[in-house]
Write a new protein. Structure first.
Length: 276
């Protein structure tokens, strides 16, 4: 009987997925990388994502995703290499949509809403008018539960994220005025320590964007400029060590980009990245 039930379930699952939408996307690249003045070494890697989605006759939607890869890929924003793996439990997730709610199930694969360095097993999200809400939790007593509520209407948007671990919470508010955007954030970590920041961003019409952030008495100035296939970004702060970084990207077409970067601690990279 178990074999019959198993075969029937397999046929039902196969038939359902056969009528679903299936897509694949990915990123990858290769080049040279040297951290903090170390000798340059070669890196190469790929990260692939597979997604399936569909709907039942009663309006219930479903989707499933699988993330897998190999080698190392370049994170140009954080000046580091990300190691890819060939698939673990937290790389697979299934989402079910019903009555305006989305329920996501993934073993240790749903990012905590306050701290994405940890993860839960279950996520529930939805919307009511201009409000959005999400909850992430796990099935074990030690798993944290996090909650996020967002609001967006016209030029104003904001969000509150909190966790039942300590007094952890983050509040953000953003106001857009044409080419100028002002945002503020206040964060209380699990130990009760508070930090805050205010950021002003001005998007000019000639392809240049300038941003200024003040966080805990440290000012950070960022400038980006794009012209044709070339994009350049420079960022510097007035902290004690006066850190800075500079990157350049050249669009090669067809989803390929040549990337070049360096920073104050002599981390350097040069390579080609691609996406599809």
């Amino acid at each position: 009987m178990k074999k019959v039930l198993l075969a029937t379930s397999a046929l039902t699952l196969s038939a359902g997925f056969a009528s679903a939408d299936v897509s694949m996307s990915g990123t990858g690249g290769a080049g040279v990388f040297g951290a903090a003045g170390a000798d340059l070494s070669v890196y190469s890697g790929v990260d692939l994502g597979f997604a399936l989605s569909g709907a039942s006759d009663n309006g219930m939607t479903f989707s499933a995703s699988l993330d897998m890869g190999g080698g190392q890929t370049l994170d140009t924003g954080d000046f580091e290499l990300d190691t890819q793996d060939m698939g673990t439990d937290d790389n697979v997730s299934v989402a079910i949509g019903v009555s305006g709610l989305t329920i996501t199930l993934s073993q240790d694969g749903v990012d905590d809403l306050y701290d994405d360095d940890i993860a839960g097993d279950i996520g529930i999200s939805g919307a009511m008018g201009d409000l959005t809400y999400s909850v992430v939790t796990g099935l074990e007593d030690a798993d944290p539960t996090s909650l996020s509520i967002g609001y967006s209407a016209g030029a104003i948007s904001g969000s509150v994220a909190t966790s039942d671990e300590g007094d952890a919470s983050t509040v953000t508010v953003t106001y857009a005025m044409g080419d100028i955007t002002v945002s503020a954030e206040s964060d209380t970590d699990r130990t009760g320590a508070d930090t805050s920041s205010v950021t002003l961003t001005y998007a000019m019409s000639d392809g240049m964007t300038v941003s200024l952030e003040n966080s805990e008495d440290v000012n950070t100035l960022g400038v980006t400029y794009s012209s044709g296939a070339v994009s350049v970004a420079v960022e510097a702060d007035d902290a004690t060590d006066e850190s800075w970084e500079a990157t350049m990207a050249y669009d090669l077409g067809g989803g390929a980009t040549f990337n070049l970067g360096t920073n104050d601690d002599e981390t350097t990279f040069a390579g080609v990245g691609f996406s599809f």
